[in-house]
Each structure stands twice: as C-alpha cells, then as structure tokens.
Design a protein around this ligand. Structure first.
Ligand SMILES: Cc1ncc(COP(=O)(O)O)c(C=O)c1O
Length: 384
C-alpha cells in the first residue's frame, strides 16, 4: 500500500544557508584528501581565549550546572551592563540585558516579542540571510531595501522613504557580507527616523570590536526603544559556545522573558560562566583583530591584481564582498568551480542578496594568515 505523506508546513520551506552548503561541500572534498582553505564560513579560526577555557574546565569540576534564570545569570547581565558603560559610555541597566542562544536565539525572541504575523520588516540587501529566513518562517513580511555600492550597502532615510509603511527595520554595522559601517551621524539619523515613524529598530552589533578605523557607535546610545543584539561568537571568538545577548526596551522585557522561559527555559549555563571571563579578555582578543587586519590588508593588496577588483570597503567584520560580474554571471557555479579546482572555499552572493547575489561572492578572512596567503597563491595560478 502506498504511504500517504503527511503535511509539511510551509514555514520551514525557507532558503538554505549556502555558506553552510559550501562548508559541507568543502568538508566532503577534505575527507577525500583535498587540502581545503576555508574562506567561506564567518568564524574566528583561533578559539576562545585561554582563560575562558580554563574557567570552563574549573566550572565543570566544581559547579553543578543547572538551569539559570530564563534571562541569564544576574552577574553576567550586570557584567554586560558594565561593558556598555566601559566600552561605549552608555548606561544600560542590567534589567534590560537578556542573554540568549547566540545572536540567532536573540533574533527569534526579538522578532516574536516585537512583531505580529503580517508585520512588515525592512531588511537591507545584501544582508545576513537568517534575518530574511527567520522573518519568513514566522509569517512576517520581508521588505527588501536594495543598497548598492553607492549607498555603501547600508540603509538610509532616502531608501526607507521609498518602501512605504513598515513596522520594523533591521540594521547591521559592520555588516555581513560587506563589512561596511554606518557613521555615528548616519546611525543617529536612522534611529531618529524610526523613533518618529514609530518603527521598531533592531540593531545587530555582532561585529563590534572588529573594525579597522573608527569604532562603531551602539544604537543603544541614541534611544532606549531600540533592540540591540550582540554575541560572544565573533569578537570573543566563541562561535560554538552559542551565547549572545540583547538589550531590550523596558516595555518589551516582560514579553521577552515569557518567550525565553517557554522557548528555552534558560540559555546554556557553562557558556554563561565562561562569558563572564571573556568580557575581561580584550587584550588577547585584540591580537585576533590584529590578525584580521593583516589578512584584510593582504587581500586588499593582492585580490585586485588577480581579477577581483571591485571590493566593498570593509570597515569592519572579517569579510570582503567582491563584485565578480566581470568574471561570471553565476557566482554560485563560479564558487563551486573555484572550490573544486583550487580548494579555496568561498560563499556565493546569493546567500545575501536574492536579486543581485549572482554577481557577488564573499571572502571570509577570519582564519590564519597562512590560509589567506595560500588562497591568493592558488587563485593567482587558477585558469578559470
Ligand atoms: C550579522 C550576523 N548576525 C548574527 C549571526 C549569528 O550569530 P550567532 O553565532 O551569535 O548566533 C551572524 C553569524 O554569522 C552574523 O553574521
């Protein structure tokens, strides 16, 4: 008898994350003995600071790891609140700090707490694909804000005025995939526009700490109605620990707490103990940023002479977004061919931009300096 298939919900039928598919393809080639250079995933290649790892070991030996409070350990929330005072000179009371399962967990809590099904949320293209995909899965309408090189791939009030009424706006500075940043004045302008139009602004500040000129301002310094999202994944080099945080407005805090209790019970407790130490490791973590800076300089020096001329100005993060329309009309095929023929794994732009992504690709330079040098050598010899 033929088995009748059961319903599969529409909400899960979202786009895949091609960076992860490229990682899988790269790992399959590596398993067959190929020497793969990973410039596809956006994760620091160095691991958590030594003292973070030591604290995790002693915590395992001496602490019974139970649930924490749903919004996180009070001492960690207080320490994050102090981080805002020390790093940005902004007062953020600890009852507005929520610790989460990475920035990813924060997106889910923020979108559920701030928006209802059908609400319209503006998202910059190119941008981090999970914004679009999570919003879609939750039944929210994604309103693309198409920003090109002229806008430095960032939103502006002019772009917002073109898209009609919206309920929310997501921004990221520095951005993934372009690394471009909003100036303090531009950020302030966007915050004021959202405040005047009663639009809920969500500022993804996950790449703060990794910049190559001016440091970015936090949206929390301009308005206490903004939701700020951050994480221990990037600057703190703790991707696999799955811990992030958000700053929420007072009026949203009760909803976020109820959602967090029911969705997660609490964030994982071992990373919370470790994160208390991570916030004191800036000296060690800044040496990682020096490596990213050298990698960036090396790529900016060498990529143009080997055919990758049109690069977004990467003010921060660890990405170079390249316009490869002079080399291909299908960047996904181009990246696959590059992987197969050179072992250099990168990410096609279709992850970040459904409209023009086929013209772009992203190099991640978060790994070791030898990786970047070897990648340039291989691409230089590549007969595409
Ligand atoms: C812009 C941006 N936000 C959020 C995330 C997810 O971060 P987390 O590891 O904290 O969930 C990423 C990961 O690459 C990212 O690039």
């Amino acid at each position: 008898m033929k088995r009748q298939s059961l319903k599969v919900a529409q909400r899960g039928k979202i786009a895949p994350f091609f960076a992860m598919e490229m990682l899988q393809a790269a790992n399959q080639l590596a398993a067959t003995g190929d020497d793969i250079l990973h410039l596809e995933v956006g994760e620091p290649g160095f691991g958590a600071p030594v003292s973070v790892i030591n604290v995790a070991k002693t915590t395992l030996d001496h602490t019974i790891l139970g649930y924490t409070e749903a919004l996180g350990m009070p001492e960690l929330r207080a320490r994050i609140s102090r981080h805002y005072k020390e790093y940005y000179d902004v007062e953020v009371p600890s009852d507005r700090v929520v610790t989460t399962f990475g920035a990813s967990g924060a997106f889910l809590l923020a979108f559920l707490a701030a928006f209802d099904v059908g609400d319209k949320i503006a998202v910059v293209q190119p941008g981090y694909p999970a914004y679009r995909n999570i919003l879609t899965a939750l039944g929210l309408q994604v309103i693309p804000l198409c920003a090109g090189p002229k806008q430095r791939f960032q939103p502006s009030v002019d772009l917002l005025q073109e898209v009609g009424p919206i309920n929310g706006l997501i921004i990221a500075s520095p951005s993934n995939p372009t690394g471009t940043m909003l100036s303090k004045a531009e950020l302030k302008k966007l915050v004021s526009w959202c405040k005047n139009k009663r639009v809920r602004l969500i500022s993804d500040e996950i790449y703060h700490g990794i910049s190559y000129g001016n440091s970015p301002a936090t949206a929390a310094s301009f308005d206490d109605q903004v939701i700020v999202i951050n994480s221990f994944s990037k600057y703190f080099a703790m991707t696999g620990w799955r811990l992030g945080w958000m700053i929420v407005p007072h009026d949203l805090a009760p909803s976020v707490e109820r959602l967090a209790q029911n969705l997660f019970v609490s964030p994982a407790s071992l990373p919370q103990h470790a994160a208390l130490t991570a916030l004191d490791c800036r000296k060690e973590l800044d040496t990682y940023v020096e490596i990213y800076a050298r990698n960036r300089a090396y790529l900016l020096n060498h990529l143009p002479s080997i055919g990758f001329e049109r690069l977004a100005p990467a003010d921060g993060a660890f990405y170079l977004y390249a316009d490869v329309s002079g080399l291909t009309s299908d960047s996904k095929r181009f990246c696959q061919k590059m992987l197969e023929e050179t072992g250099v794994a990168t990410t096609p732009g279709i992850d970040f931009d459904t409209r023009l992504g086929h013209r772009y690709m992203r190099f991640s330079f978060a790994g070791a300096e030898q990786t970047v040098v070897e990648a340039v050598k291989r691409l230089n010899n590549w007969r595409r």
